[in-house]
Structures are given as structure tokens and as C-alpha cells.
Design a protein around this ligand. Structure first.
Ligand SMILES: [Zn+2]
Length: 675
């Protein structure tokens, strides 16, 4: 071999694994210069046993098939909208303005299921949907059935039609489809659409300058850039960030019918922001998109702003369940009207909390991106908090009924559901506003892709759950791991190295922020290692096949209190065990007990017990509660004397599993009597 050829050969073997081995991540940050922890490929981590394997199975066998029957049928009407636009069906557009986007999300969920089970019938179903969508697309790339099917409305004329939202989900879904299948049929539709977007929104134009909300298109455009290597999509993504806060906030024909200003994060430029404002879903999609842009550009002002916003969200505006969006209606601190979103710091009502399932999921999506950018485990703590609590609470255990709002306390008769469009006393089999269900189902379906990340010389364990991982490290070397655990019900995790390179590399283990005194051993030997809750514990050594890492996290039952400025939880505590937040629900109380009369005795013996046949298998916490007598007086204010209490032995259940036993009252925070 001549020297020149040898060099080419070496270049090939060095580069090929790098570019070909790792370009199928949920976000493809393989070549993103400012990402420390990179995505594994979809399908490389498969749940094998335990909590997430069971949830994935429900997603595969119940959540997705049911959702498909709804969205492709007459009730959901989402596919019908495309069929009508394609000229294959008579009828009118039905559903919300963002219904196309929700269908793309549902398709994305199907793709994640395919990445795991390789069921070919999923591909042909997707191909048929893509064929219809392609036929619905106009010659110049425009594709928005909510506009196309309504002759009185013009394209890009009024932003309340949510064109950007649909666009974002189209681009994301198409990129995932390309990565998983290698096919270009969906991607071609997305490219044609994005090219049209570029011609309209890239030029400096006052009318279009304020148009770019609801900001999922930023994430979609960055992903399209990563898929095609065409920089113009990244430039356009950046443009959408740069435009917000640039123009005078005033009512114009294109803003009519939807709140302006802080509601859509257009009052303060992102780089100057330090407070999360407005609609929580819009905000978090925006921040997640900006994090994607930073991953490519490395602009300091952008990451500084995102750091401030992440801290503001998680330290001052987040519920103990990881949920976001304190109010259905309210005002920002700049005194601008907002809906479904953020209000003041530490203003955390329990009963009227909005906490849209989407917002909670977006919180984990933003944190997943920040985990990649900073490589710090605190971001994965938030992902975990959301997925086990305020994410899963959005769907019934059977997988067919949904909540849009996720309050922390529900009291019979306290809310007039007749007046509400997204809050319900029980989960619903269909929501007219269908954004949350496919968002949650795609998250459950893709979660194994979040479980690990790749570091510069190793692998990071972000989430725990029985699984097998088969991937390549960033240097192209193969690695295979088996994770065995009953997490989150038990804190013991066993990771076996099934295959690895001979050279030393890092195994980064996330020690959750609640897991004080975690013990780590390798092959039953304690290590000289810093193990700190809320940080990655990093083991660097030469690994060999059969090495076993054990992580033993104490699963203590703890009381959580809020910051003293959260008036709504003064003298109350939430009960938490591991990542699971618990609640008290009326089926576990004597009949006619008011949930507000339930107190906790600080000395009560709390005991965890796994019940395999209860609520699809949960660990409950038995407790002796105190039930206050005679507090249900109607008067707003009254004199009070020391009340009498009755003890009652019962159980607390995981918050996510509430409302699966009929209509119920529920509370996460309980007043506590300190003995
Ligand atoms: Zn939603």
C-alpha cells in the first residue's frame, strides 16, 4: 500500500464510524460542535424489563393503535383534512388550527415504535400517510390544511392559524423518518416546504418579522439543517430567534385574535431574557429550538440567556412534579395578558394550576438539549422528574384517555368545568385540542433514546430502566451494556459490560439530585470515587466483558416542602420516594372525606410496598393520616379553635397513576402536623 493510499485508508476508517455510526439520534447532534453529550441512535437502546419496558409495550399495543383509530377516523379527522386537501375526499377542515402538527407528532411516535420493533407494516402505513400528505402539498411547497381548506383565509396572514407550529412538527417528523427508514419521501415534502418558508421569512419584512410563533419551526429547521447539511435552514432558524423582540409590539391585522407581547415571547429579545414568560409550551419549544441553534453556532449570548431561563423555570416557576404553566389565564410581570402559561415567580396555585401536558414534556425536551450542551446531570434530573410525574399523568394507565391540564389538587365542585375547554374532572378519550396526547405518546415511545448519551471518551447513563444498549462510542469502538433494575420502585441498578474496547473509557453514572449516600461498586468492590447527588459519577478505567457496575440509590420516603415564598404550600409537604411524587386520592379515604381535611402526621410510619396487581404495578406508601373534623363550613372566614382529628390508615399512590379509579379528589401537598 502506497503512503497516499494508506493515508486515505486511515482517514476512511477514522471518519466513517464518526459520520455513519451516529447520525440517527432523536436530535442529530453528531457533528454539532458545541455539544458535550451526543445522542445515541434511535433503536440502539431497547427497554427489556420493568417500568419503561411496560410503558413502551402499552404505547405499542394500546396508545398508538387507539390514537391511530381516532386520528384517521371521523372523530379525530386529522387524516381526513389531508385527504380533502389532496382531492381524495369531500368535506371540510375539522379540528384545531394545529391539527396537522398533531398528526405529524403521531406519525413520529409510530416511527419510534418502528425503530424498536421493526414491524414493516408500520412503514407501509406511514408511506400511505406520506403519499396523501404529499398530494395535499401545493406546488410551491405550502402545506397547511387549516388554511388550504378555508377559502376565506390567506396563507401567512394571521399568526393565530399556527402555521409555524405545523411546520415545525412536519420538519421534525420528516427528519426522524429519514433517519429511521433511509427513505426520502417524507423528507422531500419537508424540504420543499422549508424552501418556501425561506423565501418568505428570510428577507427583512416587518409583517413577517413578528410572525414566527409558535416556535416549533426553530427545532424543525435545525434538524433539517442537520439532515441535509444545507446551512440556509440553520440561518432561518436563527432568524426566527433574532426577530423576536425586534419589532414594536402592537396589534396589527396579522396578530388579531391571539394575545401579543409576552404571551408569545416577542416583548423581550431572547438574549436579554432572564424570566420565562407567556404561554409555557411556546416558551419551552422556543428555548429548546434556541438550544439547538446554540449547539451549531456556539454563540455565548444565546447560551447565557438559556442558562438564565432554565434556572428561572426550574428554580422559580416549576411544580414539584416538573410541571410548567401556573395559570390558564393571567398576566406576565410586564403586565401583559397571557394564557396557559407562566405568571410570577413562586406563585404556584395547586388547584387551578394549568400544567399542560405538552408544557411539561417541553420542559424535559429543553432539559435534554441542555444536558447535551453542558454535560451536567442536573438537566437529566428534570427529564426524569417530568417523565415519571407530570408527563405520565397526562394519560390513563390503559393508554386511551387523556388529561390536558395537570393540577396538583382536585376538589369536587370547586371548578365549573362547563366553562372550560381543556380542563376535565376525568380523563377524556378525545380532546378537541389534541396537542398533548401525541406529544406524550411520542415521548414514551422515544424515551430509550434519552437513556444514554455519548461523551468524548465514554458513555453517560442518563435514565435508569431495564435495557440493552448496543452502540458505538464517538471513536467508533463498539460498546454493549445490559442494565437490570426494578427502578423506580427499587434503587438498585446493575449494569453489565457485554462488549467494549480495551482502552480505558468513562462510564458516567447520573446520581439523581435526591439520591444522597448512593453507593457504587464495580465487580463488588467499592471505588475511590466521588459520588455526589446531582452530579455524574465518572468511572474511568479499562473495562472488560463481564464487568458489573452496581449503583445502590437509597429509596427513602421523603417530605418535600416549598420555598417560603410559595404561599400555596406553606406548612404543607409533598411525599416523594426516588423520582416518584405521591398523592392522596379519595378512593383511599373514607366516603365523603374532603381532600382538604387530610393532614399528615410527621411521625407517621411510612412504608413502601410494591403491589404488582394494583394500578398496573406501583409501589404505594402506607401511612396513618389525620382527618380533620368539621372544617367544611361555607363561610369564607371564620373563627377557629383547635380542631379534632381522627387517624386513618391508608395508602398514597404515585401522582401519575391518579384518576384511574373513577372521578376522584386528589392532592399532592398535604398540611403537616409536626410532632
Ligand atoms: Zn398540549
Amino acid at each position: 500500500m502506497k503512503i497516499k493510499n494508506l493515508t486515505s485508508f486511515l482517514i476512511c476508517i477514522l471518519i466513517i464510524p464518526f459520520t455513519y455510526g451516529q447520525e440517527k439520534g432523536i436530535i442529530n447532534n453528531t457533528n454539532s460542535p458545541h455539544v458535550k453529550l451526543k445522542s445515541i441512535n434511535m433503536g440502539e437502546c431497547v427497554w427489556t424489563e420493568g417500568f419503561w419496558a411496560e410503558k413502551f409495550k402499552i404505547a405499542e399495543t394500546a396508545m398508538l393503535p387507539y390514537m391511530e383509530s381516532v386520528l384517521t377516523g371521523e372523530v379525530g379527522h386529522a387524516l381526513n383534512n389531508f385527504k380533502i386537501a389532496a382531492g381524495e375526499k369531500e368535506g371540510e377542515h375539522q379540528g384545531m388550527k394545529w391539527h396537522d402538527g398533531d398528526f405529524y407528532k403521531f406519525m413520529e411516535a409510530k416511527m419510534y415504535i418502528y425503530a424498536q420493533n421493526k414491524d414493516q407494516s408500520i412503514l407501509s402505513e406511514l408511506d400511505e400517510y406520506i403519499r396523501i400528505i404529499g398530494k395535499a402539498q401545493e406546488e410551491d411547497g405550502y402545506l397547511q390544511t387549516q388554511i388550504q381548506l378555508v377559502p376565506t383565509v390567506d396563507r401567512y396572514d394571521n399568526r393565530r392559524y399556527h402555521e409555524m407550529y405545523n411546520t415545525g412538527h412536519l420538519l421534525t417528523s420528516a427528519c426522524i423518518h429519514k433517519r429511521i427508514t433511509g427513505q426520502k419521501n417524507f423528507l422531500d415534502i419537508a424540504i420543499k416546504h422549508a424552501n418556501l418558508l425561506y423565501t418568505i421569512f428570510m428577507p427583512e419584512d416587518k409583517k413577517y418579522g413578528r410572525f414566527g410563533f409558535n416556535q416549533t419551526q426553530i427545532m424543525g429547521l435545525v434538524e433539517l439543517y442537520r439532515t441535509t447539511n444545507d446551512e440556509k435552514y440553520l440561518k432561518l432558524a436563527e432568524k426566527f430567534i433574532n426577530n423576536r423582540g425586534k419589532y414594536k409590539v402592537e396589534e396589527t391585522p396579522s396578530t388579531k385574535g391571539y394575545p401579543i407581547g409576552d404571551m408569545v415571547q416577542e416583548y423581550t429579545p431572547l438574549r436579554e431574557s432572564s424570566e420565562a414568560v407567556g404561554h409555557a409550551v411556546l416558551a419551552l419549544y422556543y428555548y429548546a429550538g434556541a438550544a439547538d441553534v446554540y449547539a451549531e453556532t456556539g454563540e455565548q449570548a444565546l447560551i447565557d440567556a438559556l442558562d438564565r431561563l432554565w434556572t428561572n423555570v426550574t428554580d422559580k416557576k416549576m411544580y414539584v412534579t416538573g410541571a410548567l404553566g401556573q395559570a390558564h389565564y393571567g398576566a406576565s410581570t410586564n403586565r401583559q395578558m397571557i394564557e396557559e402559561g407562566f405568571i410570577n415567580e413562586y406563585m404556584m396555585p395547586n388547584m387551578t394550576a394549568y400544567n399542560e401536558t405538552c408544557a411539561n414534556i417541553c420542559n424535559s425536551m429543553f432539559s435534554y438539549r441542555m444536558l447535551g450542551l453542558h454535560g451536567e446531570s442536573k438537566y437529566a434530573d428534570i427529564m426524569e422528574l417530568v417523565v415519571y410525574n407530570s408527563g405520565l399523568s397526562g394519560i390513563s394507565l390503559e393508554g386511551k384517555d387523556y388529561y390536558y391540564a395537570n393540577p396538583l389538587r382536585v376538589i369536587d365542585g370547586s371548578r365549573d368545568y362547563e366553562k372550560m375547554n381543556t380542563e376535565f374532572p376525568v380523563r377524556q378519550p378525545y380532546l378537541d385540542c389534541f396537542c398533548c396526547p401525541p406529544n406524550l405518546v411520542r415521548t414514551i415511545s422515544k424515551l430509550s433514546g434519552w437513556a444514554y448519551s455519548k461523551s468524548h471518551n465514554g458513555i453517560a447513563v442518563n435514565l435508569f430502566g431495564g435495557n440493552k444498549l448496543k452502540t458505538t462510542l464517538l471513536d467508533g469502538s463498539n460498546i454493549e451494556l445490559t442494565q437490570e433494575t426494578n427502578y423506580p420502585w427499587e434503587g438498585l441498578v446493575k449494569i453489565t459490560i457485554d462488549k467494549s474496547k480495551k482502552d480505558a473509557f468513562d462510564v458516567m453514572l447520573r446520581i439523581p439530585n435526591w439520591a444522597e449516600n448512593t453507593k457504587i461498586m464495580v465487580n463488588d468492590e467499592a471505588l475511590n470515587l466521588t459520588v455526589e447527588a446531582g452530579k455524574f459519577a465518572i468511572i474511568n478505567r479499562k473495562w472488560k466483558k463481564g464487568d458489573v457496575i452496581t449503583i445502590d440509590m437509597p429509596m427513602e420516603i421523603t417530605f418535600i416542602e416549598g420555598h417560603t415564598r410559595i404561599e400555596e404550600v406553606r406548612n404543607q409537604v409533598a411525599v416523594k420516594r426516588g423520582p416518584i411524587v405521591y398523592c392522596v386520592e379519595s378512593p383511599d379515604l373514607p366516603q365523603n372525606t374532603n381532600i382538604v381535611d387530610v393532614y399528615l402526621n410527621s411521625d407517621t410510619l411510612l412504608q413502601a410496598k410494591y403491589k404488582p396487581d394494583f394500578l398496573k404495578g406501583v409501589t404505594t406508601i402506607s401511612a396513618e393520616l389525620l382527618l380533620r373534623k368539621n372544617s367544611n363550613e361555607e363561610k369564607m372566614y371564620r373563627t377557629v379553635k383547635k380542631p379534632t382529628f381522627e387517624t386513618y390508615k391508608t395508602q398514597l399512590v404515585p401522582y401519575y397513576s391518579w384518576s384511574n379509579r373513577g372521578q376522584a379528589e386528589m392532592t399532592v401537598f398535604l398540611p403537616i402536623l409536626w410532632k
